[in-house]
Design a protein around this ligand. Structure first.
Ligand code: F6R
Length: 606
């Protein structure tokens, strides 16, 4: 979705440079238009452009924008096409107020009608533009900027985060209700942003605002008031992300860097969570934590949904009744929950609207909720009964990579804790699973060190379609392989349960549709039958399997090896090979790998 950044007190730096830096760090949230605004004494100065941050930077070279506070925005359009006029910030008729916004204002058309009837004129098609006009009306009626902002925010319905500057004031006003917004607390300056990486190079001290909060931020202070207008004390948390985590570090793309970060990310996910005695020590979840759980429902979207399907395999094998739902569906049609149903939301960002809505629907029905997320202080982490962190570090590339591996590692540990608590017994297989998890970082490194997928990428860069098949844990890996492929190459790709092929998709298989067959080491013989089915229709087959699987090597045209390990870890390793195939095909095709068309990282609208 859109990215908001704002600074009060740029110190020795030019306010525009700080805003541009903050926007570049948020570009993964939206990249079809961008803009900045600073207040002066006779009005606000605004520069905004269709296109990316570089287009905005060129426009700013020729503009005189200065000051000691400012707001910026990078947009992923929802209301109104990506044009200069629809880019944020938006202003009132007299250019006294400039506003940036993320999310959707659901009652904007009613507000717009009202404002039009009172003589306001609009210059964009956005829902956002009602905000500066409403603020300006209150200012004209004698309200202070703080009062005008609070009164305006109180009139907005929907899920939003907004930030505002007003002429003559060295302050940023901001509010959230349903969309993320954080305050960065530096020594002599403060920031407001949709996400921490925006200002991480300046400070790691963060206030996570809550729904209903309104904040006034100056260089040396921030005052938060809650939904009832009372002063609210919000803790300052120090995040353990490093500024370099949010940089490209010599890699051509964030995605490639993040693929290579998987050994370290999984190490962090597992570190300290496996005891010397072979038990699971999940921070905050001692043995028995889930003793009253009867069944588990998992809600998630996209890559996180695939990690959830992966976890379901293990839970089902362990005898824990588990269902996985696409959060977009669950949010509209929640499944019945019992008194002892645990509903787990798997969400990297902790801000995905569908997942949050599903968790809320489950909580409203009396279920216990648990967020499995990457972001401390995210909405999911704060609103669920409990939170478990995957510790992947910031992921900037829009395509999720390292967070899938960290989710699977964390969910595997959670599954072991759940299985023990729910069934009252420790399965014999646990020791092998935990050993494989402990080995996973070095196995991941091995795959990365030995991977050589470029020739294969060149061979399959331009085909009619690309199919991915697997069963057991290899099934969600097939889905994830296809998602990554379509997302960044823009080529047609589909993932199937291997057994489903002959129930329809086989009709699409031709010599021009490479099939990527994923093997986890379990049920491989059945998947080999499916390989036969596609090979006999002339499709080239790429097998991703243990380097020791001679059966697979013999049956396929191309082979991508992974170290021999437990199936729970094998799927994660196979997924890395598929991530690299997608990456290199996209690179050969010259695609915008870190910012694929039409996509944004954190989807905060339903
Ligand atoms: C795919 C991708 C998306 C996200 C999905 C959920 O590469 O990144 O499919 O996985 O939008 O996001 P989170 O995990 O933040 O809830």
């Amino acid at each position: 979705m859109c990215g908001i950044t704002a600074v009060a007190g740029p110190g020795d730096e030019d306010v525009v440079d700080v805003l541009l830096g903050g926007l570049r760090n948020l570009e993964y949230r939206g990249y079809d238009s961008a803009g900045v605004a600073t207040p002066g004494d006779g009005g606000v100065s605004v520069v905004k452009r269709e296109g990316g941050i570089d287009d905005l930077a060129s426009a700013l070279d020729a503009a005189a924008v200065a000051g000691s506070v400012g707001v910026g925005h990078t947009r992923w359009s929802t209301h109104g096409a990506p044009t200069d006029a629809n880019a944020h910030p938006h202003t009132d008729c007299d250019d006294r107020v400039a506003v940036v916004h993320n999310g959707i204002i659901e009652n904007y058309s009613t507000l717009r009608e009202e404002l039009l009837a009172r003589g306001h004129s609009f210059t964009s098609d956005t829902d956002t533009e009602v905000v500066p006009h409403l603020v300006a009306e209150r200012l004209a009626a004698g309200a202070s900027a703080a009062e005008a902002f609070r009164d305006t925010v109180a009139r907005l319905d929907g899920r939003y985060a907004v930030a505002m500057v007003v002429d003559g004031e060295d302050a940023v006003y901001a509010a959230r209700d349903g969309s993320p917004l954080v305050v960065g607390v530096g020594d002599d300056r403060r920031f407001v942003a949709s996400d921490v990486p925006s200002f991480l190079e300046h400070t790691a001290d963060v206030v996570f605002l809550e729904d209903g909060d309104v904040v006034r931020v100056t260089a040396d202070d921030h005052v938060v008031t809650d939904a009832d207008g009372r002063r609210a004390d919000r803790d300052v948390n120090t995040v353990d992300w490093q500024p370099e985590d949010a940089e490209r570090d010599g890699f051509d793309h964030y995605m490639l860097k993040e693929i290579h970060e998987q050994p370290a990310a999984v190490e962090r996910a597992v570190n300290g969570r496996i005891t010397a005695a072979g038990g699971v020590d999940l921070d905050g979840f001692p043995p028995g934590s889930f003793g009253d759980v009867d069944d588990v429902q998992i809600v998630a979207c996209g890559t996180s949904y695939h990690a959830a399907l992966y976890a379901r395999q293990l839970l089902a094998e362990r005898g824990v009744p588990t269902q996985v739902f696409s959060a977009g569906e669950y949010a509209t049609t929640p499944a019945p929950v019992g008194d002892d149903t645990l509903v787990v939301g798997v969400t990297q960002s902790g801000e995905t609207a569908d997942t949050l809505a599903s968790l809320q629907a489950a909580a409203d029905r009396g279920a216990r909720t648990l967020a499995v997320t990457n972001v401390v202080g995210s909405t999911a982490a704060r609103t669920c009964d409990d939170a478990l962190f995957i510790r992947a570090g910031p992921e900037i590339g829009v395509a999720a990579t390292k967070t899938f591996s960290s989710q699977v590692a964390t969910l595997t540990l959670l599954a072991e804790r759940l299985a023990e608590d729910v069934t009252g017994s420790v399965p014999e297989e646990r020791a092998a699973v935990l050993r494989a998890l402990e080995r996973l970082p070095s196995d991941l490194q091995d795959v990365l060190d030995r991977a050589a997928v470029e020739p294969l990428a060149a061979q399959f860069r331009d085909r009619d379609g690309h199919f991915f098949i697997g069963r057991g844990v290899a099934y969600p890996v097939a889905l994830e392989g296809a998602l990554k492929f379509k997302e960044i190459t823009y080529e047609h790709a589909e993932g199937f349960a291997a057994g489903e092929l002959k129930h329809g998709p086989l009709a699409l298989v031709t010599p021009d549709t490479p099939v990527f067959a994923v093997f986890s080491g379990r049920h491989d013989d059945k998947t080999l039958n499916n390989v036969e089915e596609v090979a006999s229709r002339g499709a080239p087959v790429v097998g991703v399997a243990s380097e020791e699987s001679t059966d697979v090597v013999d049956a396929v045209d191309e082979f991508l090896p992974i170290p021999d390990t437990h199936p729970v870890a094998a799927g994660v390793l196979a997924n890395v090979q598929l991530q690299l195939v997608s990456y290199h095909v996209a690179d050969l095709l010259g695609r915008s790998i870190d910012k694929p068309r039409n996509l944004a990282k954190s989807v905060t609208v339903e």
